[in-house]
Unconditional design. Structure first.
Length: 65
């Protein structure tokens, strides 16, 4: 049986760590950054963990893991 292909849109938006945590980019960090304070911009940057276990299962299934 052939391998499952990963969903391309999901693979662009999520990442799975070695321990199996699912990470996503934080929202509101792409545009209109001039009106946001520096501390707010720093808080926005980076990745955050997907907390809901049912959502993690969905993402892992789409990523073929």
């Amino acid at each position: 049986m052939p391998k499952m292909k990963a969903h391309s849109a999901t693979s662009k938006r999520f990442r799975v760590t070695r321990k199996g945590k699912v990470l996503h980019r934080k929202a509101t960090g792409n545009h209109m950054l001039t009106k946001k304070t520096g501390s707010r911009r720093r808080r926005i940057e980076g990745m955050a963990e997907v907390k809901a276990t049912n959502e993690q299962k969905k993402v892992k299934r789409l990523l073929a893991r």
